[in-house]
Ligand binder design. Structure first.
Ligand code: PLP
Length: 384
């Protein structure tokens, strides 16, 4: 009998797939770590969400997301037909791409930014057109406009980088594929991760005028206090992504959602796994929306602490924090090695983020903790 080698059947374009590593720590370590590396909420979930999880009697049933969609719709002020909930915002990034991306189609990404747009583009066989942010992390609107215009004519623009996620020697399935290949999705994070900056309204209007779908990732919207969600019903090329991971402290329960044009939301509902949001996530997210005042008090505390922490970090002597509209601070490291700072803090049980990419090699990112956690961080930084 012939022995089947499964590697020969695995997609060739996945052969050099770069893994996405979050650096998870064992559950047992979470109690003693000062964990400021993944932009989590230091105050945790609402006690009412925790109580609702304990009281839930139906974990043995398959549960749908319609009640959650209705609650989210009321929260953001749109009709429920615009809303689809997902297993974290991560999953909705994948689902949106699956709805739009044919082999050879392109997404536009503006790095440095959240890396999952490019990650899922690779999984979904999309081309990634990379339009890097400027030195101050603002987006290059002119470059985005020109790559989208020139892509329409099939000629890449100078300055932008086209990263093909498929092996260039692999032909498109048919000549028709090549003819139909289009730039379809423009991903933009607002506020941006890792810097916390917020794209100006005038720039958003220019992007909305382009012949692509603007996928606006508002994972940190509650900290910024503004959102484009209510615009979706009157803007046919806008999809807004949100999550309960940050403001509601539900990162590990994995509840995200999108607000999309009704036809798009209907298509996502049609292709997604039926119970993509689990019952615990649904129960906790609904209880969080019902306990919004408590959670938004925590958001306000984090925002106030962000401003205080930023001032303190600027005093450390080798850090320059950037202005942020989110729950984290990107700091430029002056005359020191960013990785060495991360390692030295980790030895003291304090986790912060340093970056592999050359563009961010002189930066560290610190999530805003409680005042007590931030005091531990500041004292450690003072002793480095
Ligand atoms: C900009 C951005 N979008 C989406 C996510 C993912 O959110 P979720 O936990 O809902 O998958 C994150 C998480 O850090 C993020 O920073």
């Amino acid at each position: 009998m012939a022995i089947l080698d499964p590697t020969q059947l695995i997609r060739a374009d996945l052969s050099d797939f770069p893994p996405y590593s979050m650096g998870h720590v064992p559950l047992a370590d979470l109690d003693h770590l000062v964990k400021l590396d993944l932009n989590e909420n230091p105050y945790g979930a609402s006690p009412k969400a925790i109580a609702a999880l304990a009281q839930m009697r139906h974990y043995h049933r398959y549960i749908g997301q319609d009640e959650l969609r209705a609650d989210i719709a009321r929260y953001v002020g749109v009709d429920a037909d615009h809303v689809v909930a997902s297993n974290g915002a991560d999953e909705i990034i994948d689902l949106v791409q699956r709805v739009f991306i044919n082999r050879g189609d392109a997404i536009v990404d503006c790095p440095p930014s959240f890396e999952m747009y490019a990650f899922f583009a690779r999984v979904n066989g999309a081309r990634i057109i990379s339009v890097p942010r400027r030195d101050d992390f603002s987006i290059d609107v002119e470059m985005i406009e020109s790559v989208i215009a020139s892509e329409a004519k099939q000629s890449p623009t100078r300055g932008s980088e086209i990263v093909s996620s498929r092996d260039p020697s692999t032909p498109l399935r048919s000549a028709q594929d090549a003819l139909l290949a289009m730039t379809k999705l423009l991903f933009l994070t607002r506020p941006n991760n890792p810097d916390g900056g917020i794209t100006a309204h005038a720039d958003i209007e220019r992007l909305l005028a382009l012949p692509v779908i603007l996928v606006l990732d508002e994972a940190y919207a509650e900290f910024a206090g503004e959102s484009y969600a209510a615009r979706v019903p009157t803007q046919s090329n806008l999809i807004v992504l949100r999550t309960f991971s940050k403001w509601a402290g539900l990162a590990s329960l994995r509840v995200g959602y999108c607000i999309a044009p009704k036809v798009v939301a209907a298509k996502i509902l049609q292709i997604k796994p039926p119970e993509n949001v689990n019952a615990a996530g649904i129960v906790a997210a609904r209880a969080s929306l019902a306990d919004r005042d408590y959670l938004m008090d925590n958001v306000r505390r984090i925002v106030a602490e962000r401003e205080r922490l930023s001032g303190e970090l600027a005093q450390v002597g080798f850090l320059q924090p950037l202005p942020s509209h989110a729950n984290f601070l990107l700091c430029r490291v002056i005359n020191r090695d960013a990785k060495a700072i991360q390692t030295a803090l980790a030895q003291r049980d304090i986790l912060i983020r340093a970056f592999k990419s050359p563009r961010l090699s002189d930066y560290i990112r610190i999530a805003v903790g409680t005042p007590e956690q931030d005091a531990v961080l500041l004292s450690a930084l003072g002793n480095l």
